[in-house]
Design a protein around this ligand. Structure first.
Ligand code: AMP
Ligand code: ZN
Length: 133
């Protein structure tokens, strides 16, 4: 629990939310500004700022898949995006780890923009990352 964290307050029931799922470790609720109908946030009850503090949170996976299935089936979505932002520069606004589960419906335009390039120096880039593991 972090005193100034809005998602901790939601877990505690001090700030209202539309609950979708809850178990011992995980809470899921509707995003207040949904990208599409059913946009749900899945969060650990333990406060960590982002994915970098989540090495021991294996328990996130099963609820995340369950909620994704439910979000997809509830209103007949064609697909589901899972998004997860870490750091202000990456678009994170709430610093309590969360997974966005966002359904995509027939006729929706996918609105995710990345500037792609061709992979260069794959060997050394992969090696640099591997060395950090
Ligand atoms: P991010 O930019 O990845 O940190 O996403 C934060 C998300 O939290 C945004 O999609 C917000 O709409 C959502 N959000 C912030 N406050 C609340 C709240 N009180 N209840 C539900 N969703 C919230
Ligand atoms: Zn928190």
């Amino acid at each position: 629990m972090s005193d100034d964290c809005i998602f901790c307050k939601i877990i505690e029931g001090d700030v209202p939310s539309y609950k979708v799922y809850e178990d011992e470790n995980v809470y899921a609720f509707l995003d207040a500004e949904p990208v599409s109908k059913g946009h749900t946030l899945v969060i650990p009850k333990e406060h960590v700022d982002d994915i970098h503090g989540a090495a021991d949170m294996d328990y996130m996976w099963e609820p995340l898949v369950k909620v994704s299935n439910a979000v997809k089936d509830a209103f007949g979505a064609e697909g589901v995006n899972i998004a997860q932002n870490n750091g202000e520069k990456a678009g994170q606004e709430v610093f309590h780890l969360h997974f966005h589960v966002t359904p995509i419906y027939e006729g929706d335009e996918l609105d995710i923009t990345y500037n792609r390039s061709s992979l260069e120096s794959g060997d050394s880039v992969a090696e640099e990352i591997s060395e950090q593991l």
